[in-house]
Write a protein that binds this ligand. Sequence first.
Ligand SMILES: *Cc1c(COP(=O)(O)O)cnc(C)c1O
Length: 251
Amino acid sequence: MSDIKRKLADNIKHVKERICCACVDAGRDPSEVTLVAVTKYVDIEIVRRMLELGVTDFAESRVQALTARADAMSSLVPPPKWHLVGHLQRNKVKQVLPWVSMFQSVDSLRLAEELDSAAEQKNCVVDVLMQINISGERSKTGVAVGASTHMAECIASLSHLRLRGLMAMGPLTEDRSAIRAAFVRCRELFEEIANEVPVGDHFRDLSMGMSDDFELGIANGATIVRIGRALFEGVAEPTPEPESNTAATGA
Ligand SMILES: *Cc1c(COP(=O)(O)O)cnc(C)c1O
């Protein structure tokens, strides 16, 4: 096994152990939390290797990368599940729909309606999370906290979407208490929606936590953690722009 492969296996093991510890600390069963590997930083060969190492769920933030990778890996058994975690333009919905098992970043009613009608045409039902702008930062995408209950009601009424829960990103800060407060707020919002809106039993998921804050996410009820950098330390250099990263993962 090459060094890179060994390092990748170690990283996965280590992240899974951290997920388990966070669950134990929170009195939760580790099987309640799904690890979604965010592969926007790395080459497709690394994604294939992760699938062999038992990772089942992957995410991309861009439609083009997700579509190309999902297509290239679609004949594998079992094929990976793909989550879209980045902003989705309505004119790309049809192209990406066949490849996505969960849309985590539904942030407007118009997008939800576009997804619903594309799903209707394909005669399928699509799993979605509503993304909340929990930190209230202007630059962040996501539904404003104040609009989220009404928006959840609208999305839940679309017959070809299954609203599975909420997704949020913690504020970009070193201040753990600020991150915790955002996750607590998101959890409260999740419960408010579950109690006040007819969202159905499948409204169960809370996607909260990335490499630097997933333990806080789990402590506050996350059922999905979206992890990139922590899985790729020593495997690939993370770069902020996924497109410019093609040379970093050669190996
Ligand atoms: C990139 C990304 C992640 C993963 O972030 P890391 O800090 O690398 O773990 C998670 N969620 C979203 C929406 C992302 O864009």
